[in-house]
Design a protein around this ligand. Structure first.
Ligand SMILES: [Zn+2]
Length: 400
């Protein structure tokens, strides 16, 4: 049996006045997602356990069948795994964004989606100026980078891991100084980064081009080394993951999944949808399960862009979902199951993630259809399944 998990990040949302009280999912034309709903079961699933932050890493851990309450480690360690950076017992791994700051405001959590090449130059400069036996800077992808803090003991590392840090996309247009972490050494690094990056050549060019400069770093999502069973040991299956996002690739590495590199997979609107679908089918030749993640619906939610969100959902449907379904039907491949769901909602109205349940649809071998014919939030609420612990959905998909 082959298993495909389709994850359009942040796809679900809430009804919008601009869309006559419909959601982006309801308005988007998605015949292939609807076909999964028509052929299978539909329901709602809670991927973010009560009390936890509705972050993509939490929600995707659930989708992959791991209880976030037990295994969540912060996104820093996931990004470290993706960069093959070892985390020591006394280390804390922080995710850091290159951000745009102006007049003490968080203007842009991504510094205009700065290119990986530009960010790398800036991160190397930070390592040169601020790197020492306490802090190491590592360049990642675009605005998503890594800082390792080397503490003097595991107990100190635990303290630093517990310091409250705000996700930068949650404090857009809000005061920087009011949201700094309550840890002097972290604040010092962030303030020093501003001095170093503000007048940097890379940023001068960006300003000349009318782009947002990466004039500060923002530390968050920290965590320590993680202890989690491999997917093969937890579920007895081999698998692979396709994502442009470092934290999901890092999760793949940690779980022992094959992590595909897809040319042109950007984590943004312009990602290579077709390439991701082909890479998934390639992985399925060798593995039991493939997990395909696309970030674009989430990004458009963060940007409050209804049009782009609908477009991202439709692109996912026409270029990925359709390709997977076509492959199975053309080859008369009956031994398969397909699951589609967003990790969490990213309503354009809120421009950030919420912890609300998300719709899912699952179809394939031995799955008896219910009477839901389309795939969206409203239809799913009327569906036959309601799953409170998102991480249990994987077991259900494998067993039915
Ligand atoms: Zn997400």
């Amino acid at each position: 049996m082959k298993y495909v998990i389709l994850v359009p990040d942040g796809m679900s949302g809430v009804p919008l006045k601009e869309l006559n009280d419909r959601t982006c999912m309801e308005v988007a034309v998605t015949p292939n997602m609807d076909r999964i709903a028509y052929m299978g079961v539909v329901g709602m699933v809670t991927n973010v356990p009560k009390g936890m932050t509705p972050a993509s890493d939490v929600a995707n851990l659930s989708i992959l069948g791991y209880d976030p309450k037990k295994y969540y480690c912060g996104r820093g360690p996931l990004e470290a795994a993706n960069l093959s950076v070892e985390i020591g017992e006394s280390d804390v791994a922080f995710r850091f964004n290159t951000i745009t700051e102006a007049d003490d405001k968080m203007v842009d959590y991504s510094a205009g989606h700065i290119t990986t090449e530009e960010a790398r130059v800036l991160v190397e400069e930070l390592q040169e100026e601020l790197g020492d036996d306490k802090f190491s800077f590592y360049a990642g992808t675009s605005y998503r980078n890594l800082l390792l803090a080397h503490c003097s003991s595991p107990a100190d590392a635990e303290d630093l891991a517990l310091v409250k840090c705000f996700p930068p996309h949650d404090i857009l247009d809000q005061s920087i100084s009011k949201h700094l972490p309550k840890a002097a050494e972290l604040v010092k690094i962030m303030k020093r980064s501003k001095e170093i990056l503000s007048g940097h050549d890379v940023n001068n060019v960006r300003l000349d081009l009318g782009q947002n400069p990466a004039n500060m770093i923002w530390l968050w999502g920290q965590g320590r080394k993680i202890d989690i069973p491999l997917f093969k040991d937890a579920y007895g299956l081999t698998g692979g993951i396709i994502s442009a996002v470092d934290l999901l690739k890092g999760l793949g590495h940690i779980l022992g999944l094959e992590v595909a590199e897809v040319p042109g997979a950007t984590g943004y609107y312009d990602t290579n949808y077709e390439g991701k679908a082909e890479a998934a089918l390639d992985i399925l030749q060798r593995k039991d399960m493939v997990f395909i993640h696309v970030e674009a619906p989430d990004e458009s939610g963060h940007n409050g862009d209804i049009k782009e969100k609908i477009k991202a959902i439709e692109s996912f449907d026409s270029k990925i979902t359709s390709r997977i379904l076509k492959e199975f039907s053309e080859n008369d491949q009956k031994d398969h199951r397909v699951l589609i769901l967003p990790d969490h909602p990213t309503p354009v109205k809120k421009r950030t993630h919420t912890a609300d349940p998300v719709p899912f649809a699952m179809a394939g071998k031995d799955i008896e259809p219910d009477d839901v014919m389309v795939f969206n939030e409203r239809a799913a609420r009327a569906g036959s399944m309601k799953i409170n612990n998102g991480w249990e959905l994987m077991g259900k998909m494998l067993e039915i």
